[in-house]
Design a binder for this molecule. Structure first.
Ligand SMILES: NC(=O)C1=CN([C@@H]2O[C@H](COP(=O)(O)OP(=O)(O)OC[C@H]3O[C@@H](n4cnc5c(N)ncnc54)[C@H](O)[C@@H]3O)[C@@H](O)[C@H]2O)[C@H](O)CC1
Ligand SMILES: [K+]
Length: 504
């Protein structure tokens, strides 16, 4: 699925109105009805108590007025507060007229804002995608007032004050919502960690925006979901043999960190690799042979660290990083791998830290290498980011400059490609915030890179999505807190199966 800018969202709106031959008020009615349905499913009139709908002067405020009318008809106790303004949008005016007389409406002057009782449900319809600069004056005062109340705030489309897809000063006034109900597609701002305290939990509700517009819209930013992945993972042919799915080499582990090698190896096998060889420091040989009997094992000459690169000829992909430490001998292995690698590479963890500490090695990265840093590891490869938008710029620049794929891990992991595209993942849950889950991702990505049927992009997209999906499947059984990296590989097969396309 594509991610649209605020400007494209307005165009999608206009295209829908034109193609369906409806009025903009009809589309507003549809959007507000979707919001109201969501609301009614979550809170009964008794549970909601007082519902205060705060409306700005534009169409976001118009959505609020429609929602106020629909909630009133649904039996909720609704009041409307209006932000004083000189001008209102036409659909705001229309829906102001349509508001039943039984719904109390007040204009809230910044000098004397009425108290908002604790527990009130506030529907925030002040500003949405039309916001073009941070809030000041009366709007800023109202937002501060709402944020200091103990109200439960639900934002329509965006938390008011938040720009949909552009950076803004860290201290600019933004509504702190518990829920943000957005329309059709999430806006970029909803996916960024720095905005989590404003957004709360978000959900995108379909409102039937023009499928033709969405299909043709020009974008470089996508969501990784089942629609995007359709057709990218072919079924395993009937006459498959272990050679069909490639032979992967995993270089992992050091003294005290052999668990990382075990987790990545198990994940690689559950990811469907044909054959797996794992090279570990000598101390880990018995560990690997016992814990992962399906894998072949090479013992490094060094007891505690990786110090040598085997002959790479047999392998279709090589993974380096989980648990390797940053010993000089291991840095030499990385350098030799980069200089000689005739095969696709997946680099993670200390392989990335070694690259960060030896930046000249970055010039040796073979094209299409997949790097899987978390934000700290990524900054070690580049520079400290001013904010999340800056980090995304650094990410795009890095992937372009080094012609590689970089998966920046986080709640909405973002894959940057050599041609400047960005893909945000939609699967996964906070249960993944525990040691070893990154090693599982490395193993899975390695399995898919070794599968000769998949392009580098498809392998990276599928690994990212299936890793999060495995966590979602696992959490059904374990809960999020009970999720361990060791449990994840058992769900990878199912996650991949869901994505597999049987050809007709
Ligand atoms: N596109 C869709 O899918 C649909 C969107 N809907 C809703 O409409 C809003 C967008 O409405 P719009 O009128 O364009 O903008 P806003 O209501 O967000 O605000 C515009 C209003 O505010 C003024 N303004 C902008 N920035 C500031 C500022 N910093 N301080 C003060 N005033 C500001 C601006 O000049 C305008 O007057 C979208 O989010 C949805 O909620 C439709 O209802 C249905 C489909
Ligand atoms: K809003």
């Amino acid at each position: 699925m594509k991610l649209l800018t605020a400007a494209q969202t307005r165009q999608a709106d206009a295209a829908t109105i034109e193609q369906e031959g409806i009025s903009s008020a009809d589309l507003m009615e549809r959007a507000a009805a979707a919001f109201t349905d969501w609301f009614c499913q979550r809170l009964s009139p008794a549970e909601a108590g007082e519902v205060l709908v705060v409306c700005g002067p534009g169409n976001n405020g118009g959505d609020g007025l429609v929602a106020a009318r629909l909630l009133h008809h649904g039996g909720y106790r609704v009041q409307v507060a209006l932000l004083p303004a000189d001008k209102h949008s036409a659909d705001f005016e229309l829906n102001r007229q349509r508001l039943p007389a039984a719904v109390p409406v007040a204009e809230w002057a910044p000098a004397q804002l009425p108290a908002v009782a604790p527990g009130t449900v506030v529907v925030d319809a002040l500003f949405g995608t039309g916001l073009n600069r941070p809030l000041t004056g009366a709007a800023a005062a109202l937002v501060a007032h709402l944020n200091t109340s103990k109200a439960r705030i639900v934002s329509i489309d965006l938390p008011s004050g938040l720009l949909a897809d552009a950076p803004q000063p860290a201290d600019s006034p933004v509504v702190q919502a518990r829920h943000t109900i957005t329309f059709e597609l999430p806006k970029l701002a909803l996916l960024l960690p720095q905005n989590a305290r404003y957004v709360g939990r978000w959900q995108a509700l379909p409102i039937g925006l023009s499928p033709q517009f969405l299909a043709e819209a020009d974008t470089d930013t996508y969501l990784i979901d089942v629609t995007l992945l359709a057709g990218r993972l072919p079924a395993r042919p009937t006459f498959s043999h272990k050679g069909t799915f490639g032979h992967a080499l995993l270089l992992a582990g050091s003294r005290g960190k052999l668990g990382a090698a075990v987790l990545a190896a198990r994940s690689c096998l559950h990811g469907g690799v044909g054959l797996l060889t794992v090279q570990v420091p000598a101390v880990g040989y018995a560990v690997l042979q016992t814990a992962v009997p399906e894998a072949m094992c090479l013992a490094d000459a060094h007891k505690h660290e990786l110090s040598e690169l085997p002959d790479l000829k047999p392998y279709n992909a090589v993974g380096l990083g989980p648990g390797i430490g940053q010993d000089d001998a291991t840095r030499a292995v990385l350098e030799e791998l980069l200089c000689t690698a005739p095969v696709p590479l997946v680099l993670d963890a200390d392989a990335l830290n070694l690259l960060g500490a030896n930046r000249s090695l970055l010039d040796l990265l073979p094209p299409d290498t997949l790097l899987t840093p978390h934000p700290k590891e990524f900054e070690r490869l580049t520079e400290p980011a001013r904010d999340d938008y800056h980090r995304l710029e650094l990410l795009r620049d890095f992937a372009r400059r080094h012609r590689c794929y970089v998966l920046l891990k986080g709640a909405y992991s973002c894959l940057a490609t050599p041609d400047g595209q960005r893909y945000f993942n939609t699967t996964g849950n906070p249960g993944l915030a525990t040691g070893g889950t990154g090693d599982v991702l490395t193993g899975l990505a390695l399995a898919l890179r070794a599968d000769k049927r998949l392009s580098p992009l498809d392998a990276a997209l599928l690994a990212t999505y299936a890793h999060g999906r495995a966590a979602d499947l696992a959490a059904v059984h374990t809960g999020q807190a009970g999720l361990t990296a060791g449990a994840l590989p058992h769900y990878i097969g199912r996650a991949l199966q869901e994505l597999t396309t049987e050809e007709f």
